[in-house]
Structures are given as structure tokens and as C-alpha cells.
Design a protein around this ligand. Structure first.
Ligand code: ADP
Length: 529
């Protein structure tokens, strides 16, 4: 017997219909690279998305076909999120900062039929066109082409209907080993994830939120902002140039109270404000962060500025939010330090997601939630990946547990604490050193702008830690001072064997420290035996 409620498939078009109907005049603002600004709103955006549905139909795009974007954050890009998915197609957001080889691989693997791109990436398009074997149509977002293309339609169209389990978005993970892998989100998984994301206990998004998502739209479902903002009628502000001075100016101008970015974004924003001798922008009340560990010192600065931090953990494979560090019932009774500790950890599972840790060598052995034992982190839930796009087999076990590649411990109250990525932990004498903890301790030094710890081959211990440090301009710190600072904060045998000062640490396309590139750079580095 089935229940007796109405038949509604949970599809992305419900979100934009709702936003246009209930929050139609709420704005979506774009500041372009040249400093010019354009404005639209949820009602107009819906109209444009419907025109795009017609335009795609005219190109012969059918249900399930892939429509790709190679673009940064802006209003027309948002139109394409709803236009492509509303046409029943799958929107494939491509990361323009990937290497040519990967760009060729993923567009061909996805069998993209249309590519809509920013003029800033014209060179990439010209270079790779001959190798992209499936793309039939190229449309430029910002030279008038996209506007003309959809402008030729009247918008008198309907969304393509279908099952809520239909695919909706495709996003490839960076692929630190082997080829990138495609995560194929469903309409349903995105809607369920949206409900979870907007909860006060999660991102706390509502109609008064004015959100600047610094996280790129091509990254991990854009942390759900295109969907979540529509669900509550939040204002969205997009910025092409994420230089901190430009961000600060935009924050003030648009009265932005909500900013989402990986820790390096917050790091550069706080450092910029400190260097200018000004406070963090006073309108900001909410910070969303995740994607990498947020240094404790940055958390402290934001909290002192009265900013509520939603520190999330997740990955593209989990849509991406799986856990969130929210305030427990006795948060107000805690000391400042205790509060910071809560926010520095990765939080608890959202309703819908389950977590467990298992033995790194034997995944059949589940480990206790004792706050001490760390193991391989596994997740499951309706917005967690089951199989990569075109994968031949499921990548979950018989009980649907997905191995995240992260190493973590779980505290008795259920709080998750990431200690490392499986491939980044430093293996010394059969024991494990958390690179993340070394980095967090090092960036607490006032002269350290950024720090990364990697394992260097060692004749006796297998690997020993090397700390790579970028100093703040005009400031100084020695290797000895850093080792002294770390003493007492981490176990003695964790102390880095060497400290190297560099001008710059390599970052991934999403602003995370690229350990892969760093390891490559220090491949021949020798530690004294
Ligand atoms: P990529 O591999 O391209 O960085 P993802 O965004 O999917 O793609 O990365 C997910 C990974 O980022 C997680 O597996 C985890 O290692 C790391 N991560 C995400 N959130 C956090 C967090 N809050 N703290 C520490 N690490 C995090």
C-alpha cells in the first residue's frame, strides 16, 4: 500500500518557480571583472531560464544530454543552472583551471553537446576545440552571445518533467590520482540536500540573507547556494574578482551579511583587513566555510568580530555538505576557547547523513566513537554518491557505506574531527602524523601567512614532516621559533624535521593547498638521516 499524499517529483524547477512566485523581486547581482555591475531578480531569472529551455530545444538537446559551462560566478551562469536542468538536461560545470589534458578528458567523457563559456576562457576553447569530440555548440556567456541566444525566445515554455531520480548536474572531482571522476547529482538529491543546507542548524539561510558565494560555481554543486538561495529567497551577489579589497568594497556596497568561501579566502580577507588597519566588514554576520581545515586562529578572529561560523565538512561526492559544526545547547555557557574548539572541528552529521570510522587496514572493523581512535571515514545517505558517472560498479559496500578518503575520529557526542586525508598523513615509524594539526599550529604565529606540512622520505622513519611556510610581507620568523611554538601543541615526535620558507604555496582551483604540487616540488628534498 502507498501513502495517500500528492504526487510531486522533487525537481529543481520547483525551486525556481517558488523563488519567482514568492521572492520574485529579490535581487541577483553580478560585479564583473571590469568593475561593472548587472542586476536581475528571481522572477526575471526564471523567465530567462525558460527561454534557455526553448533555445536548448531548438538545438536538439534532449532529456539527459549534457550541457557544459566553463565559467566563473555570475548571473547568466545561474540562468544556465535552471535553464539546463529545467530542459531535462544535465548541467556539467567544468573547472576552467584544470590542465588541458583533464579538460579534454572530462568534456569527452561527459559527452557534452553544448559548451557555454566565459570570454576569459576563449583561449582554452580555441585550443581544445579540435580535441573535444562531442561538443556541437559553443556559446559565449559575456560577449552578448548568450543574451542574444536566449533573447530570441519568448519564454512561453514549460519545464521538462520527469522522475526526481533523473540526473540533474554533473561535477568532476579534481582527481588527485588517475582521471577525474564524475559525480552525477539527481534532482531529488539536490532538493533534499537543499532542505538540509538551509536549516538554522546548518547554513542558516533565510530571506534576509544577502550571500556572496566566493566558492566557484563549478565547484561541488556550488555548496548548494544556487538552490538554497532560491528556496528561501535570499539575495545572491557574485563577484568575478576575488581580490580582498574588491570583496570588501562589494560587501559594503551591497550590504552583504553572508559570505561563503574556503579557509584561504577567509585567511586572505582577515589578513587584508589587518594590513589595512581596518576591522572585518561589519555587515558580515555569517561565514560559511569548508573544503579544508579552517585554522583556529582564523576562527578566533571571525568569532571575535561577532561572525557566526558554519564550518562544514563534505566533498563533491556528498553534494557536498555532510556535517556542520553548529552550536550545541550549552554553547553560551562555554568559554571562548571551548567555543572555538567546537567550530574548529567538523561538526555533526546533518539529518540525512550517517557517519562511521573503520580501521584503515580492515574496513570491516568499525572503530569506537571515543574521541581518540582515528580511522577511515565513511558516509552514507540519500545525497551521497553511489557510483561515479559511467562507473562500472558501485563504489559503496553492501550497506551503502562510501569511503571518503579522509582520516577522522568521532567524539563520544558524535562530533567529527578530521585528522587528515588518507594520502596526506605523514607516516613516521609506523605511526601517523596529522599534517593538518601541524599546519594549524604553525599559522597561529603572527608572522606566518600560510603553512603546509608534507611527508618527506626518510631512511629510518619512512617519512618525516617538512613544514613549508610563507611569511607575511615585512615580517620575520625563524625555523627554531616555529619549532618552539609547536612544542607542547603537538607530540614531540611530530615536530617537523625541517622548515622551508617559500614565496608561495601552490593552490588548487578551489583555493585549497595543493599537497600534490607541493610534494612534487620537494620530491628530491633530503632530510639528514
Ligand atoms: P577536491 O578533492 O577537488 O578538493 P572536494 O571539494 O570534493 O574536492 O574535496 C573534499 C575534501 O576536502 C574532503 O574529502 C576533505 O578531505 C576536505 N575537506 C572538506 N571539508 C573539510 C573541512 N571542513 N575540514 C577539513 N577538510 C575538509
Amino acid at each position: 500500500m502507498l501513502g495517500a499524499m500528492q504526487d510531486w517529483e522533487l525537481r529543481a524547477s520547483l525551486l525556481i518557480d517558488h523563488a519567482a512566485r514568492e521572492h520574485g523581486s529579490r535581487e541577483i547581482v553580478t560585479r564583473w571583472n571590469d568593475g561593472s555591475e548587472s542586476r536581475t531578480n528571481w522572477a526575471e531569472l526564471r523567465g530567462d531560464a525558460l527561454k534557455m529551455v526553448q533555445a536548448l530545444k531548438r538545438l536538439g538537446i534532449e532529456k539527459g544530454d549534457r550541457v557544459a559551462t566553463l565559467a566563473m560566478n555570475h548571473g547568466p551562469h545561474l540562468v544556465s543552472w535552471y535553464g539546463a536542468t529545467g530542459a531535462g538536461a544535465v548541467l556539467h560545470t567544468i573547472n576552467p583551471r584544470l590542465f588541458d589534458e583533464q579538460l579534454v578528458y572530462i568534456a569527452n567523457h561527459a559527452e557534452d553537446r553544448v559548451l557555454i563559456y566565459d570570454s576569459a576562457f576563449q583561449e582554452i576553447v580555441d585550443r581544445l576545440k579540435p580535441q573535444w569530440t562531442t561538443i556541437e555548440h559553443y556559446i559565449c556567456f559575456d560577449n552578448g552571445e548568450f543574451a542574444d541566444w536566449i533573447g530570441a525566445e519568448d519564454g512561453e515554455a514549460e519545464w521538462v518533467t520527469g522522475s526526481e531520480r533523473d540526473p540533474c548536474m554533473l561535477c568532476y572531482t579534481s582527481g588527485t590520482t588517475g582521471n577525474p571522476k564524475g559525480v552525477l547529482f539527481e534532482h531529488r538529491s539536490n532538493i533534499l540536500h537543499t532542505y538540509a543546507a538551509i536549516m538554522p542548524q546548518c547554513a542558516d539561510l533565510n530571506s534576509r540573507s544577502c550571500v556572496l558565494p566566493v566558492v566557484p560555481m563549478f565547484h561541488a554543486n556550488n555548496w548548494s547556494f544556487p538552490w538554497a538561495a532560491a528556496a528561501v529567497g535570499a539575495k545572491l551577489v557574485y563577484c568575478a574578482n576575488n581580490d580582498p579589497a574588491n570583496l570588501c568594497d562589494l560587501i559594503e556596497r551591497e550590504d552583504i551579511n553572508y559570505l561563503a568561501g574556503v579557509p584561504t579566502v577567509w585567511l586572505s580577507l582577515t589578513q587584508h583587513c589587518e594590513a589595512q588597519g581596518m576591522p572585518l566588514p561589519p555587515t558580515i554576520t555569517h561565514a560559511v566555510t569548508g573544503g579544508a581545515a579552517m585554522p583556529r586562529s582564523t576562527i578566533e578572529k571571525l568569532m571575535r568580530a561577532g561572525i557566526r561560523i558554519a564550518h562544514a565538512w563534505g566533498m563533491t561526492e556528498t553534494s557536498p555538505i555532510a556535517t556542520i559544526a553548529f552550536e550545541p545547547h550549552d554553547f553560551d555557557l562555554m568559554t571562548f576557547d571551548e567555543q572555538v574548539t567546537i567550530k574548529a572541528r567538523q561538526g555533526k552529521a546533518l539529518f540525512g547523513v550517517q557517519l562511521r570510522i573503520v580501521d584503515l587496514g580492515d574496513p570491516s572493523k568499525e572503530l569506537p566513537r571515543d574521541g581518540e581512535t582515528s580511522g577511515a571515514l565513511q558516509v552514507r545517505g540519500p545525497w551521497v554518491l553511489k557510483r561515479y558517472f559511467k562507473g562500472e560498479e558501485d563504489c559503496v559496500d553492501a550497506d551503502q557505506w562510501f569511503d571518503t578518503g579522509d582520516v577522522a575520529l568521532i567524539h563520544p557526542d558524535g562530533t567529527l574531527q578530521l585528522t587528515d586525508r588518507t594520502k596526506d598523513v605523514i607516516k613516521s615509524g609506523g605511526e601517523w602524523i596529522s599534517s593538518v594539526e601541524l599546519e594549524n599550529a604553525a599559522v597561529a604565529h603572527p608572522a606566518v601567512a600560510e603553512a603546509a606540512a608534507i611527508g618527506i622520505a626518510h631512511p629510518k622513519w619512512d617519512e618525516r614532516p617538512l613544514l613549508v611556510v610563507v611569511k607575511k610581507p615585512g615580517m620575520d620568523v625563524s625555523a627554531d621559533e616555529l619549532r618552539k611554538l609547536l612544542t607542547g601543541k603537538v607530540a614531540k615526535w611530530w615536530l617537523p624535521d625541517a622548515v622551508e620558507f617559500v614565496d608561495e604555496i601552490p593552490h588548487t582551483a578551489t583555493g585549497k593547498i595543493s599537497k600534490k604540487d607541493l610534494r612534487e616540488r620537494f620530491r628530491d628534498y633530503r632530510l639528514d638521516g
